[in-house]
Design a protein around this ligand. Structure first.
Ligand SMILES: N[C@@H](CCC(=O)N[C@@H](CS)C(=O)NCC(=O)O)C(=O)O
Length: 220
């Protein structure tokens, strides 16, 4: 059985989880014991990788080989016949995913992280704060909390082009879901993870798309 090794709130993990659910395949989720304990991933990848998510499928272990690769999604796509990466949409998907994983993600995770005490265990909170502050500077979580309204506004603006696309089609690139839809879904789901936010009212088509993406299943 395929195993997804992850954190529940991670945008990149939420992408893979939704693809697995969509596929209807049986899979197992393993959450790492703490945000700073990457020893399971380190061991499984022969000391090549420590980020989440990774996949284990029997003897195979799949991890991202580059910053903007989609090795996990492509593995699931091929294995489970999902058709999420049609050749003729490859360029558009690459461009859009970079936007989602960088511009959208950068706002969504900050807005979720400010509520970290509600989803990170007490024992793990110091590790979580240290991890954030080492990358974003001392007091970053307090700064994001103070900037919350502005960050939501910025996110709304970043999502506006997706709203424009979804006025015309049910999914981002047409009438079937492609990898871009799952990719954006993961970023949006991370933003919503704390339960303190909603998709802005100015984005009604995105709201509708999100509800659909949350439950959509492959019909084979
Ligand atoms: N491009 C990678 C990004 C993965 C990533 O950035 N994961 C984060 C958690 S959301 C992580 O584990 N970063 C390394 C760390 O926290 O030390 C993917 O799509 O999986």
């Amino acid at each position: 059985m395929i195993e997804l090794i992850q954190f529940p709130w991670s945008p990149f993990c939420l992408v893979q989880r939704r693809i697995l659910e969509f596929s209807g395949a049986k899979f197992k989720i393993t959450n790492l014991p703490s945000t700073s304990d990457r020893s399971l991933i380190w061991k499984l990848t022969n000391e090549q990788y420590y980020a989440v998510p990774i996949l284990r499928d029997g003897a195979k272990v799949i991890y991202e080989t580059g910053d903007d690769t989609q090795d996990l999604a492509r593995y699931l796509d091929a294995k489970l016949n999902l058709d999420l990466f049609p050749a003729q949409r490859e360029g558009e998907q690459t461009i859009l995913c970079r936007y989602f994983e960088h511009e959208v993600e950068a706002l969504g995770f900050k807005l979720n992280d400010i509520y970290f005490k509600e989803f990170v265990t007490k024992a793990d909170q110091v590790g979580f704060i240290r991890h954030k502050e080492r990358k974003f500077g001392r007091g970053c979580l307090d700064q994001w909390r103070a900037q919350q309204k502005d960050l939501v506004k910025q996110l709304e603006q970043k999502l506006a082009p997706c709203e424009q696309m979804l006025v015309h089609t049910e999914f981002l690139l047409g009438d079937v879901p492609l990898f871009v839809d799952f990719n954006l879904y993961g970023m949006v789901e991370n933003f919503l993870f704390s339960g303190h936010y909603q998709i802005p009212k100015s984005l009604p088509n995105l709201r509708e798309w999100y509800q659909c993406m949350k439950t959509i299943r492959l019909v084979s």
